[in-house]
Design a protein around this ligand. Structure first.
Ligand SMILES: [Zn+2]
Length: 183
């Protein structure tokens, strides 16, 4: 009798041990929080897009080159009596880009002292004038986006060396109707 009780007790403990063992296994094999981690990836994507949008602002009409002779310097050599644009000295063939999106309103070789030239009517309502080009990559009427190549630096017209002369005029403005180029 005593022996039977001990035997029942033993098998009862064994059953408990097996049950608790299963329970422990179940809790560790429950679908883990780790499985949801890939969902974090989309959270970082909008940040990257925002960075790309901010970087889309064009820093220079001649990427990689800065102003070497600025707007506004008084100089009797010019009909206006002052320098009517910003100059970017760069090698012939350097890429010239649209500073803003817009439409090409002229692209020809008839710039006179300005040589081969292009006019960009930008989305801000201003006309940007690209002068002394060696190559024109767009035609009148072409729609362009900011940063798109429209030509190459050259030395056509009245120049002492290759550079881009870059003007900022009101819509339809002529020579001398200019402001310090900004976009
Ligand atoms: Zn100039």
């Amino acid at each position: 009798m005593k022996r039977n009780t001990t035997g029942k007790l033993f098998s009862g403990l064994l059953l408990l041990a097996v049950l608790s063992c299963n329970k422990a296994e179940n809790s560790t094999t429950t679908p883990g929080a780790n499985d949801s981690e890939p969902e974090q990836t989309p959270v970082t994507a909008p940040v990257e897009e925002a960075t790309a949008a901010a970087a889309a602002r064009v820093a220079s009409p001649v990427p990689g080159y800065t102003v070497t002779y600025p707007y506004g310097i008084k100089n009797p050599r010019y009909a206006a009596g002052y320098h009517t644009g910003d100059d970017y000295a760069a090698p012939t063939g350097a890429k010239v880009v649209a500073v803003l999106g817009g439409t090409i309103v002229w692209s020809n070789n008839n710039g006179g002292a300005y040589g081969r030239w292009i006019g960009l009517r930008a989305t801000n309502g201003r006309d940007y004038v690209y002068c002394h080009l060696s190559v024109r990559s767009v035609s009148t009427g072409t729609k362009v986006v900011a940063g798109q190549k429209i030509g190459e630096v050259g030395a056509t017209g009245n120049v002492t060396g290759p550079h881009l002369h870059f003007e900022d005029r009101p819509k339809g403005g002529g020579y001398g109707q200019v402001r310090k180029p900004t976009w």
